[in-house]
Design a protein around this ligand. Structure first.
Ligand SMILES: N[C@@H](CCC(=O)N[C@@H](CS)C(=O)NCC(=O)O)C(=O)O
Length: 225
């Protein structure tokens, strides 16, 4: 059975976790406790020399890097596809996925670490608004980025967008994105994986501690959502 090494508070683990559940892939899950620095234990370092979750091991194949894992799962497990065949739908799904990964994810850090009056927070919020406007246009009047079916674009973008909402970004200004998040949250895979308020508080404390002990640039790399 597929082995899933993860931490439930890691946003990058959650995107893989959601895909595994959406595709109904049987798995054995193994929590790597990041607070206890289990990612530095020799056994885990043989799986991921860069000491990050997520890792999967499937049929003897080790895969790391969340986006590589998502692509692997999609091409291996053909039931419940999470990528459309149509080229324009595929382009939209990939744009949602990549914009969330490359533009939005690092903005989680200032949402946690900056005070209300800090210029960095203002800058981050302006960029988030630009991204949400782009995602609104990309969604058009569809239920999901690829049309009427959930896709990897919805999983990667939705997981990060919902996190920004939980971290205090006022999502209600973006009605279509808000409705799309509500639609995602009606799905069992999302209800099972999204953190509650208590877990969000723990996540924020963990990120704050990391920020205190490391430079912000390193934290952005490690706690991308
Ligand atoms: N690019 C990697 C990054 C993974 C990553 O940074 N994971 C974080 C949790 S969100 C982690 O394991 N941090 C602990 C560490 O690096 O020591 C991916 O997409 O899987």
């Amino acid at each position: 059975m597929l082995k899933f090494y993860y931490h439930p508070l890691s946003p990058l683990s959650r995107r893989v976790w959601i895909a595994l559940l959406e595709k109904d892939i049987p798995l054995t899950s193994i929590i790597i406790n990041l607070q206890d620095r289990e990612q530095f234990k020799p056994d885990f370092l043989t799986l991921n020399p860069f000491h990050h979750v997520t890792v999967i091991v499937d049929d003897g194949l080790r895969v790391l890097e969340s986006l590589a894992i998502l692509d692997y799962l999609e091409s291996k497990y053909l039931n419940k596809p999470l990528l459309p065949n149509d080229s324009s739908k595929l382009a939209k799904v990939r744009m949602a996925q990549m914009v969330a990964n490359n533009e939005l994810s690092s903005l989680v850090i200032p949402l946690i670490s900056e005070t209300e009056d800090s210029p960095q927070l203002g800058k981050a919020k302006r960029k988030i608004k630009r991204i949400f406007k782009f995602l609104t246009e990309l969604l058009e009047d569809n239920d999901y980025f690829g049309g009427d079916k959930i896709s990897l674009g919805d999983i990667v973008a939705g997981n990060t967008v919902i996190l920004t909402d939980k971290l205090g970004f006022e999502l209600s200004q973006f009605a279509k994105i808000n409705q799309w998040c509500d639609r995602l949250m009606q799905r069992p895979a999302w209800q099972q994986t999204q953190p509650n308020d208590e877990q969000i508080a723990v996540f924020k404390q963990t990120v704050q501690k990391l920020i205190e002990s490391q430079s912000k640039a390193q934290v952005v790399r490690q706690v991308k959502s």
